[in-house]
Structures are given as structure tokens and as C-alpha cells.
Design a protein around this ligand. Sequence first.
Ligand SMILES: [Zn+2]
Length: 187
Amino acid sequence: MVMDVLQLDVSGRPQAWMTAKEAATLYASDAVAWTLGEAFHVMRGGVQRSTGLQSRIELHPIVAVRGCVPSRAWRTTPAITNPKLFTRDRFVCAYCGQRHAFEELTREHIVPVSRGGHDSWMNCITACRGCNGHKGNRMPGEAHMSLMYLPYVPSLHEDMILRGRRIVADQMEFLLASVPRTSRLHG
Ligand SMILES: [Zn+2]
């Protein structure tokens, strides 16, 4: 089973990605409030003694969980990681505009950390090794380099997309509906 399930709280806010196995546990403990999307897998369990019926769990790609406490994540900015940063920027270097493989990319601080720049979504951009090395410890203007696109802070729905490894159409549609039109993920 290769799919991850998108976990929501009952109000529909994304909470986490979980494995199909973790989702099955929630179904079995009657913790699923509602689901979205076509069932993608049916799990069969033991035969119930009282009814003689075999238990059967249909797994859906999106699952709202009863009693799920809204995550603290909703009050904070999503954490920045290189895989998420490169995905936000579509693996394109902000200085030369070329698309690169993951190994060729770096997290570039627009205002260098040594000069007070923060390690934040608004001060970080994707750059290839060549451009990052050329810019070095300078401001873009000092290095006569300009940004071909601008940084932004991903929304929390967008962050779920950046974090997802194998997102199916139903999940993408649900998450993108809450992602601002200005996001590069719509491109
Ligand atoms: Zn470059």
C-alpha cells in the first residue's frame, strides 16, 4: 500500500499525513467522523462472532477525525526545510532561472545570515550551487544579481502539499482549493 491519507480535524483543517495503516486504526476505533474522495483500498478483518460478517474497512484518501484537537500548527508558520523550499520554488534557481536537480540546489539567504538575515521563508530562496557561491556573503545588489521571483510564506494548506510525498488527485484538489491563487503551486 503506497498511499498516504490526509488527516483533518472535524472542521476540515488539515492536521497531518498518515499511513494507510494508521488510518485503518482510526476506522477500527470508530474515530472517523467523515471522509472525502473515492475509497482507494478495502481492508478485510476477522469474522465477527455475533453477526457472522467479516469486518471490512474502506480507506478514503481524506479522513476527518473525531475529537482531533486542532493542531498548534495553525498558529505558527510552517517549518522551513530544503525539500519544501525547493518544491515551493519549483526547483528553479532564483538567480539564473535554471531548473536543477535536488543535489545541485542550496538554501540561499537573500540577506546573508552573517549580516543579520533570518533563516525564514521570506529571506530564503532556492539557488544553484554556482549562483550561491558567486553571491557569497553579499547582498544581491552588491553582487549585481537580481531575483527572478520572490519568496513567500506558504499557507498551511500549501505546507501540507509541500510535505506530502504521494498526493493523489482528491487530496490535491482539496488542498489547492485553499491555496492562494498567487502560489506557484497553481502554476
Ligand atoms: Zn543559478
